[in-house]
Structures are given as structure tokens and as C-alpha cells.
Design a binder for this molecule. Structure first.
Ligand code: NPQ
Ligand code: MG
Length: 370
């Protein structure tokens, strides 16, 4: 295919409630939306990078610059471009998986839409619906946490994930277990702990959690391996897994018993499928993580989460968990599940009026504005 135009929107969406993690609090979600036009049609994708490099090293301004100055020129220079070769075309650039992800996903969406194929069909989905889980931010106090969790359970969410950090770990877990009994529960520390906390976090074993996600640093596989030996709670990696190679290393060290697969963290859906395949080959369960996506990325995540190795409930929530107004038609919860879109590409249409309303800047990176 030939790329005719590329447009980049900086979008700011209000969140229905502030989202607090060990690395910060967000009250709005700022992200990049990319619209790519080829001779066979249009493709859309979103870049998960946040304004600040806190979850990972990437950040929004950096992602737009690397896209404009280093990634797009390589993509435009590639002959006979297709989605399967975007990774190869961009491989010379080190790092920047979220920026690479947005380009590959837009090309993949354009290709699937042109061929009348859904993301689910393209990626190998085997299910029509995906059970919904929810990630719950750090709350002001325990009563506020219990009220929030109660609302999600009433809405039908099948699994709760609590964000934890030093000073907010055993008490919120104990409170949720006491209030809601045997609700499927897991925790995510976003790398907030160090090896000195191994004994403290071992006390999570009392609560029969599904898993503990990324307790230690992104580069601290050795401490994760010690935790996997010492704790009965399974150790799940998020930030540490940027590629199939990272997963091979983590598995060889015994540092990873479960994987959170996030397409944006690993450079795109094709690498996400390869990580899924490697995990399945090792008997390691995976689940689909989230980055507060709009309908553009959320619909594609649903297709991925419908692959057979995704045996654990993911952070795949309805649009309304985060946004009153999405950029696409809403993805809704029914009986605790969300339907995998069946239309071509990601299967949802971007509402260009809403997109224009919520855009704080729009730049044409390729092609002249209409
Ligand atoms: C995680 N996601 O699993 C991430 C954390 C995360 C759903 O818990 C802006 C604001 C961007 C907060 C990206 C969930 C974010 C964000 C990721 C939180 O670790
Ligand atoms: Mg995480």
C-alpha cells in the first residue's frame, strides 16, 4: 500500500474519576490519535504515551517527535508496505515501542478494513465475547475504595485489580476481601517496591490473590525471580516485558509466572500475538492489559483478548469505566462481558466530530490538509 496522508491529533478526554497509581494521578487522559490514509482506505490507531515518562520511558511529546522525525520517514521509504513489514521498516530505531505501535496498528487497521477482515480474524481470536475486568486506582481511604469496588461489581465486572503502593497494600486487600468475600482479586504495584519489601509483600499470600503484578522495577528481574520462589501468590510482569526476548529472559530466570500483554508496551499487536504464543508454549497464562484506551485501542484490545491463551480476565473494561464520551461508539458491558467487534479492522468508526471537539492540536505529518 501507499501512504497518502498521515494526521496526528493530540486529544484530551476528561476521566469519569481521577485515576491514581503509584506513579501519579490523572484527571484527564491525553493521548495521540493517528489517522492514516492509503490508496485503499483509512486506518486509525492511538498512541498510549502519557504526557509524563512515569509508567515507562516514553512520553507524549517524545512520541510525536520520534514519529515525525524518525519513524514516519522510514515507513514512507519502505517499498510495497504492508502491516507485516512495519516492524522491520522501523527496527533500526531503538526503543519507542508505543510510537512504533501506533504506526503498525494504523497500517494493520487500514489493511484489514481494505480486505474486509476483522482484527479478531487477523490476530487469531477464537471467542466472540471477552469477560471484563477492572483496574481500581488508589483511593483516598478504605470506605471510598469499597464504594468504588461495589459499583464495579454491581455493573458486572468479573475481576477486580487493586493498584497498590507502599502504605496502601495489605489494608485495602484485606478490606476488599472482608467486604466482598471470594471476588477474583489481584494487585498491581507498578514497580513501586524494592527487594527490601519481599517479606512484607509475602503477607499478600494470606489472601489467595490471582496474582501480584510488577511489584519491582522494570529492570529488576532477579528480585521478581526471588519473589516467585518465596511467595505463593503468582508473580505477573507488566513493565518488564517489552518483547518476546524479554519474556524468554524472564522465563529463563523464573521471574514470570503470568504475563500482562499490552500491545502498546510491546510495539504492537503482532508482537503481542508472538508473546502470547511463546507464553502458551511455556504453559504461562496471559491476560490483556490496558492503557486507558479510547474505543480506537479498546476495540483492538478486545480482539487480542479473544485469543485462546488469554485465559485470565484482563483490564478490558467498558468505555464508561473511564469516559463519558468516547471517540467511537461505546463498548458496553453485558452480563460481565464485552462483545468483540466483528466489522472490518477494529470494527468501530471514529466519530470525527467528537474527535475534532476533543483535539487540542492537529498536525498533518504527510500530505496537504484538505
Ligand atoms: C497498568 N493500566 O496495568 C496500567 C497503568 C497505566 C489499567 O492499570 C495514563 C494514566 C496512562 C494512567 C497508562 C491500568 C496510564 C495510566 C497505564 C495507568 O500498569
Ligand atoms: Mg500494570
Amino acid at each position: 500500500m501507499t501512504i497518502l496522508s498521515v494526521r496526528l491529533h493530540l486529544v484530551e478526554l476528561p476521566l469519569v474519576r481521577p485515576f491514581r497509581t503509584s506513579f501519579g494521578t490523572s484527571t484527564t487522559r491525553q493521548l495521540l490519535v493517528l489517522r492514516l490514509e492509503t490508496e485503499t482506505g483509512v486506518g486509525w490507531a492511538e498512541c498510549a504515551a502519557d504526557p509524563e515518562p512515569l509508567y515507562s520511558a516514553e512520553f507524549l511529546t517524545g512520541a510525536s517527535l520520534v514519529l515525525r522525525d524518525h519513524l514516519l520517514p522510514r515507513l514512507l521509504a519502505w517499498p510495497d508496505l504492508d502491516a507485516a513489514h512495519v516492524g522491520t521498516a522501523l527496527a533500526a530505531v531503538t526503543g519507542h515501542p508505543m510510537a512504533k505501535h501506533v504506526l503498525e496498528t494504523a497500517v494493520l487497521d487500514a489493511e484489514c478494513r481494505a480486505q474486509g477482515q476483522s482484527f479478531g480474524e487477523r490476530l487469531g481470536a477464537t471467542r466472540t465475547h471477552v469477560p471484563a475486568g477492572v483496574s481500581v486506582g488508589i483511593a483516598d481511604d478504605l470506605p471510598a475504595l469499597l464504594t468504588e469496588v461495589e459499583g464495579y461489581l454491581a455493573a458486572g465486572y468479573q475481576r477486580i485489580k487493586l493498584k497498590i503502593e507502599p502504605g496502601w497494600d495489605l489494608a485495602p486487600v484485606a478490606a476488599v476481601c472482608r467486604a466482598f468475600g471470594d471476588v477474583p482479586l489481584q494487585v498491581d504495584a507498578n514497580a513501586a517496591y524494592t527487594a527490601g519489601d519481599l517479606a512484607h509483600l509475602a503477607r499478600l499470600d494470606d489472601f489467595a490473590l490471582l496474582l501480584v503484578e510488577q511489584p519491582f522495577g522494570e529492570d529488576d528481574l532477579v528480585t521478581h525471580a526471588r519473589a516467585a520462589d518465596l511467595w505463593s501468590t503468582p508473580v505477573c510482569l507488566d513493565e518488564s516485558i517489552g518483547s518476546t526476548h524479554d519474556l524468554q529472559t524472564a522465563l529463563a530466570l523464573g521471574a514470570c509466572q503470568v504475563v500482562n500483554v499490552k500491545p502498546s508496551r510491546v510495539g504492537g499487536y503482532l508482537e503481542a500475538v508472538r508473546i502470547h504464543d511463546l507464553a502458551v508454549a511455556h504453559g504461562v497464562p496471559v491476560w490483556c492489559g490496558g492503557m486507558l484506551e479510547t474505543g480506537i485501542g479498546r476495540s483492538a484490545n478486545l480482539a487480542l483478548a479473544a485469543l485462546p491463551g488469554f485465559t485470565l480476565v484482563g483490564d478490558v473494561s467498558a468505555s464508561r469505566r473511564y469516559y463519558r464520551q468516547d471517540l467511537t461508539e461505546e463498548l458496553v458491558l453485558r452480563d460481565g462481558q464485552i462483545a468483540v467487534p466483528t466489522g472490518a479492522g477494529t470494527g468501530l468508526e471514529v466519530d470525527e466530530t467528537v474527535l475534532a471537539d476533543l483535539s487540542t492540536s492537529v498536525v498533518e505529518l504527510v500530505g496537504a490538509p484538505a
